[in-house]
Structure formats: C-alpha cells, structure tokens
Ligand binder design. Sequence first.
Ligand SMILES: Nc1ncnc2c1ncn2[C@@H]1O[C@H](COP(=O)(O)OP(=O)(O)OP(=O)(O)O)[C@@H](O)[C@H]1O
Length: 435
Amino acid sequence: MKQDMIVILDLGSRENTRIARLVRDLGVYSEIYPHDITKEELEALPNVKGIIVNGGPNNVVDGAKIDVGNHVYEMSIPVLAAAHPAPKATISLDTFGTNDEEVTSVLRNFVFNSCKAEANWNMKNFIADQIELVKKQVGNKKVLLALSGGVDSSVVAALLLKAIGDQLYCVHVNHGLLRKGEPEQVIEVFEKQMKANLIYVDATERFLGKLENVADPEQKRKIIGAEFIRVFEEEARKLEGIDFLGQGTIYPDIVESGTKTAKMVKSHHNVGGLPEDLQFTLVEPLRQLFKDEVRACGVELGLPESMVYRQPFPGPGLGVRCLGAITRDRLEAVRESDAILREEFHNAGLEGKVWQYFTLVPDFKSVGVKDDARCFEYPVIIRAVNTIDAMTATIEQLEWPLLLKITDRILKEVKGVNRVCYDLSPKPTATIEWE
Ligand SMILES: Nc1ncnc2c1ncn2[C@@H]1O[C@H](COP(=O)(O)OP(=O)(O)OP(=O)(O)O)[C@@H](O)[C@H]1O
C-alpha cells in the first residue's frame, strides 16, 4: 500500500467531511468510519497513522451518548480528540475552531508531527492502492457492473478493468432515453478502446412500450426504475458464477443516505431492488471519494474529458424531459435539441461553467408558419441553471446572440418544432427538472 491514512471516527459531527477534506488538502489520505468500529476492523485498515475522534454536541443518539471503544486509545496510534472527553489522547482540543486556517494548523501539527504521516495522497497512489485492495477482495472471481456511461460508474469501470481485467462484466442498458451519442460513446470507450467485456442491451422498444400512454411523472420514474432492474437481472442470470457487484457509490451518496452513526442507515444500493436470490458482495472502490476527486481519478485512468466532466443527468434520462406521456416524435425532438444545445454551449466555452443545461419538449402544440403554410407543432424549452447544492438554483444569464443562434438551429434542424422558449425560473419556485 502506498498511502498513509488518517482515520476520522464519526460521532455525529457535521464537521467530519470538512476535516477529511482538510486532511486530504494537506496531502494525506483520510477516511471516515463509524464510531463503533471494532478493534479488528481498525487493525485491518492499511497504513493508519493517526485517528481523529471528532466529537461535539451531536453525539447523542436516541437519548444516549455515543462514544468510541477504549481500544481506539490502546493501539499505539496517535489520537486527536476534538470536543470529546478522551482517556489518553495525544492531543485534546475543546473545539476545532471555525476558520479553515486554524483547523489546518492543528491538523498539520497532528498529522505530520504526532503521526509522522507522509504527504503521499495523490490519484496515482490512490488508484494503485485500490487496485491492490480490489484484487485482494475479488481474487479470481467475477464482478458485474451496471455501466450507465455517467461519471461514477464509468470511473469504477475503468478502475476495475485495471484491477481485474476480463473478470469484469459491464452491462450497459440503452433504455431509449439516453442522450444523443451516449450508448455509442460507452461502446467506443469501454469495448473498443479499453477492451472490456461489455454487454450492450438495446431495450428501447421494451421501455417505450411500457411507458406508452403513461403521463404521470412519478409513474414514469417508477416504470423506468423497475424495468431497469428487470433488464439488469435478466443479464445477470445469463452470466454464470458472478459473486460481486461493482458500484459507483461515492462519499456524498453515503452521507445522503445517512451515516451509520446518525442511525439513519437507509442502505444505499445504487442498483437497488435486485431480487433476494441474486446475492452479491459489493465492490465500491470510490466510496470514500468526493465528486471532484472521482473526476480526477477518471482523468488519471485515461477516460475522455467529455465523460469525466459530464453534467449531471437524471436516472430516468430524457424520459422526464419529454413531458407527459412519452411519444417517439417528441423524444426525438428532445434528443436532437439537447444535442444542439450541448454543442453550442461547448463552442461558446460554457461547458463546465454552467452547472446543468438541457432542453425539454412539453406535450402541447402551438400554431406557427413554415414555408408559407400554417403549422401546428411542439415548442422546445431551454433550461440552464447554476447551483452549489441542487437545493436552490439560479438561471444562467445567457447572451442573446447565443440564445438566438441555438433557437435558429433548433428551428431549422429539429423536426416538428416551431417555437423555442427560455425558462427564466429560479429554484424555488421551480425545480431544476420539470418532472
Ligand atoms: N442505462 C444504464 N445502464 C447501465 N447501468 C445504469 C444505467 N443507468 C443507471 N445505471 C446504474 O445505476 C447507477 C445509478 O444511476 P444514476 O442514474 O442514479 O446515476 P449516478 O448515481 O449519477 O451514477 P453514474 O454517474 O454512474 O450515472 C449507475 O451508477 C449505474 O451503475
């Protein structure tokens, strides 16, 4: 193992994530574990140079104070106890302080002087360590991975390929709701370039059939999710002797599901809902990474930037941007207009600058004129928003010439469309997606 590690024990503090990031900013890898980690579990972690017991006022669960076991202090590993009474800490603090510089100076002293950790955290070493761990976990067994072509599953796929090569089986499901060029890119990158075992399933007809005449957004999402599990399950059953399921779980997924310490564990299974008899052990090499680190990992693994810096895309795909009951003509109009929008944002240097931008097509028509004749066609609505946490969002103030150019191209190139609108609504009151 190449990297030293500082372990942060979670006693419910909201600061855990910040401390982990600040330790990593010092160049030392850090991971967060539940407060009730056992002696054996702690001993099994590689290269632990120091432990931070991060206390604070949230250390009460169901009326009882929670604490770490005494073994934490008896392992001859330096311990920093912050806002927490500790029998034998190397360093005890009342609190970590509020500004990052203060906290960093305490951490620097602990990490380098007390723990003698080396600043050897970088993507190369992270990848090398994860490869070693995955090899140890998987042995000569097979791993199945649902590969969406999104950032997280693509980075996991690339990492697992490096670790176990053709013991990895990737399944990419085309549900007919992917963006233009996406299934082609998955095939090009993973099958042609990286030589992965890629199972490509074109289930377009199946999904669109199930979605026919379904207008309720919740119902649409449910059908897409359930059908995805069914297709994936069928593929899994065709393959023999699979013991592991690879997943692109990343640290924010774990925090969102509620950490163990917060007693909110709502198991986060990305590919949730697989039948009971399909029992897999999970392989989740990115589970301790933040999104920007996942991207850096993807770049280091040689994935194309367009994949690694892809904007967020909803699970049900274009299905929720073809409003109401999905029809093939409107779905095509969403896909084509979205491709134009992305191309023009790329040309204008806005890619990576605007958080999310897409088009949608509602299920009503308006009157227009084309070639001197009256026409009755769909509008395309453009949405471009910026946000930090997706809880609130502001709209991007696009330049008029760019908006006019995109409008012109959509009206000329997309079939069945006679009108383009720009959605000016922030969140709140509007959500980012329409459905
Ligand atoms: N079309 C698909 N084909 C294969 N797997 C998929 C597909 N869509 C989703 N998945 C699987 O379900 C997981 C969760 O999908 P979701 O749309 O919530 O994306 P995510 O958590 O942002 O991950 P990613 O960045 O990999 O898409 C994905 O990581 C992937 O493993």
